[in-house]
Write a protein that binds this ligand. Sequence first.
Ligand SMILES: C[S@@+](CC[C@H](N)C(=O)[O-])C[C@H]1O[C@@H](n2cnc3c(N)ncnc32)[C@H](O)[C@@H]1O
Ligand code: SF4
Length: 458
Amino acid sequence: MIIPEQLLEKYNSPVPRYTSYPPANYFDTVTENQYIDAVKESNSGNPRNISLYLHIPFCKKLCYYCGCNTSPLGTQAEMKKYVVALKQEIRMVAALIDKGRKVSQIHYGGGTPNALPVEWIAELNELIYSLFTLVDHPEIAIECNPAHLDFNYIDQLKKSGFNRFSLGIQDFDNEVLKTVNRDPSAMPVGDIIQRLKAGSDNVTVNLDFIYGLPGQTVESFLDSIRQAAAIRPDRLVTFSYAHVPWVKKAQKILDKKGLPDTELKMKMFSESHEYLMANGYQSIGLDHYVLESDELYQAVITKSLHRNFQGYCTRQTTGQVYAFGVSAISQLEKGYAQNTKSVKGYIESIGQGHLPIEKGYMLTKNEIIVREVINQLMCNKQINWKELSDHLNISESVIRDAIVYDDAELKQFEEDGILQLTKEGLEMTEGGALFIRNVAASFDPLTRNNSKQFSKPV
Ligand SMILES: C[S@@+](CC[C@H](N)C(=O)[O-])C[C@H]1O[C@@H](n2cnc3c(N)ncnc32)[C@H](O)[C@@H]1O
Ligand code: SF4
């Protein structure tokens, strides 16, 4: 895949990542009472399924590139207080949710969930199992930093029900990791995968990589991807390093170490993309890759891929997301609500019997339509207006009125080889997929004419 320089120059401007619609930096005031009402209303909303997200913010060391919501590791007593508050928050929200609804996904993210003793994680799962009914084959997922994983920890996680594991590798080159203040995996990653999968045929393992870090070259990054493909994880992500030093101050350190320029980043992406595609992986969305046997690939074929803040999922498993812990964002049919980012403030608020909602966004009817259009494009790299109108039960013209529909702009994308206009709608081209966020932004009434800051596509 070769992307002409003119296209990079024209389209590599800041645009939202669209992990949600509207993007999180549009969040405004949402009160605890509004959230409680939204949770009650969500019982009659869609989807019926419940997804639960638990945020564990603690990290033993801060990686300089990190864009996530993290906190330094506290003492065991401080972290215990956090887990006690987390359990209380789960009980408070569970009491508002209709008992007839079932949990299809549980996701522990961070920070570093495996910075906690594994018994604490197992206890959190036990609490969830006691408060909710689960579907037959729920996804129970956890993000782990392999620097702090051992076989006992893995075995205990599996015993507690986990069947989806995401390991942050970022790069196999220890010099690159040193530059970004990150420890390498404690054990060979192939051995970890083998242990995670031992004795079970429904375990899925994902590996995260980041391109665009100081010290990486096209060849060195490709070498990491070759090593990754050789150990056959079910899923693999190549994230473009999102440089937002105005939000994440530690990233300024990387400015000084020398970041690869856009052209190099582009080559890292395209060469690793080509390698993975030639070695048995299928691409999902923009930067995710899966083996053909993976259910996400089947969802691509049937155009039923979905996503939430936690990543891609299928239409069957997707639920409205009820999120717990600092900075966690609930994603309900009608809106979003985000908890405070302060560990201290969170524990205090829960201790006083209040849900620690800090901000969020309640969508208008039109914005719910825009969200559907953008999700469809971001997940399935195409839009079929008729199918969307059937799915939303509204006419195509109501959809076009809700979004910004600019024929001339779409034709320009087509002339630039980014997408193809079809009888039914549009399809991204293979090379154009890199600029899918630009196409999504062109439909977005909120993002046009605004001054908010976003990262660049590449
Ligand atoms: C919560 S972290 C992963 C879990 C665990 N703490 C770890 O580091 O292995 C989720 C993923 O976000 C990605 N990530 C973090 N900061 C990023 C950034 N600035 N740009 C792109 N990807 C980033 C990393 O690949 C990371 O594995
Ligand atoms: S990448 Fe993972 S371990 Fe590193 S700071 Fe971010 S959340 Fe923590």
